[in-house]
Ligand binder design. Sequence first.
Ligand SMILES: *Cc1c(COP(=O)(O)O)cnc(C)c1O
Ligand SMILES: [Zn+2]
Length: 417
Amino acid sequence: MITEGHTLAISATCSMCGKRVSLGRIYRCDVCEGPLDIDYDYAKIGHASFEGTSGTRADGMWVYRDLLPASPGYMVTLGEGQTPLLKAERLGRSVGLRSLWVKDETRQPTGSFKDRPISVAVSQAREMGTDIVVTASTGNAAASMAAYAAKAAIRAVVLVPADTPVTKLLQIASPGARIVRVDGSFSDCSELAQAAASEFGWCNVTSTFENPYSVEGDKTVAYEIAAALGWRGPSWIIVPVGSGPLLVGIGKGFAEMQRAGLVDHLPKLVAAQAAGCAPIARAFVRNAETVEPWESPHTVAMGIRDPLVGYSVDGTYTLRAVRRSGGQAVAVADEVLLHSARLLTETEGLYVEPSVGVAVAAVSALADGGTIDADDTVVIVSTGHGLKQSPMSVDEMQGLPKIRPGLESLDALRLVL
Ligand SMILES: *Cc1c(COP(=O)(O)O)cnc(C)c1O
Ligand SMILES: [Zn+2]
């Protein structure tokens, strides 16, 4: 049932202590600081809502509007969602899997999956009458927020670590967001965004668990994967993870579909992290109950470089979602993740940023170790485009041959093909 006027979201519940809160401009639980999870009036939500059949392709992710927490009248959309699930035959052969798929989020409006959570968070902020939004970001969420804020005529302030790649800064600056570079980690940016939001009355749309509405956009990835696989759902979904809202959102989406009787099993979720910043994978390997912050983050996978300082409870939330699913958490060294990102491009033609490499490497490691079976259906979520941050270095272009035009000069190169 498509409801034009209002959302079917009814309240939010603290994922840690269970406190129920009413909707509005809410961030974390005011008792325990745990992430809030949005509740819906599921009795009013039928199969068609999950299938998105009452919308059209042009509605993108908003075909799932019954399951999103912003009223459709306030929707701010750039056509995000409805990305293809591509069969990865060559990559599959090279890692020993017969049914490997890539959910290609690089072709979202701003080139990363962040358009899903940001579209929802900016729409909800607009519904609240916000005129200034702020986000802490490692680059992609900011690029997304800048674009959606421009579309909604809302002013945007972005807090990014000072070493954010310049290609990402250009994309954030172009729609007119005010960029402030912070000499610190993503966690420092996050703390500052929270303080600025409460001090200046800005709406914080930071797409970690800080803004509970944003996670709802992430879960639409689950509906699309299930629909593309004929409602069987894959055995495994591999997700590059910083703090983990994308992974948690995908888990929530499948749980909702199971409750509605649309899928019969839940996929095992794999949190793939970079070894230089792997608080969740470390806790998983140690069999720990809670995630501890990571003291000195250092990795080329900047999109997932989140040390969780000050909100390690978010990591614990993600760790629980991984364990509940029967999944895994894996840490991948920089050389390996860079090689793996390039392998995806070389075998499937999909150009991705280094962060995606952790998921490709995790699949390979889990297939090698026999955790993933050769016949399992496995989905890698490809989260961000290579045009934002290349897994190749500019130095590698220095040695390219340069010749005078003419076949003789070309022949003289003796190219080995
Ligand atoms: C944000 C981001 C992630 C991590 O997502 P979270 O769900 O916030 O942990 C992964 N890959 C890319 C490219 C990202 O931009
Ligand atoms: Zn709580």
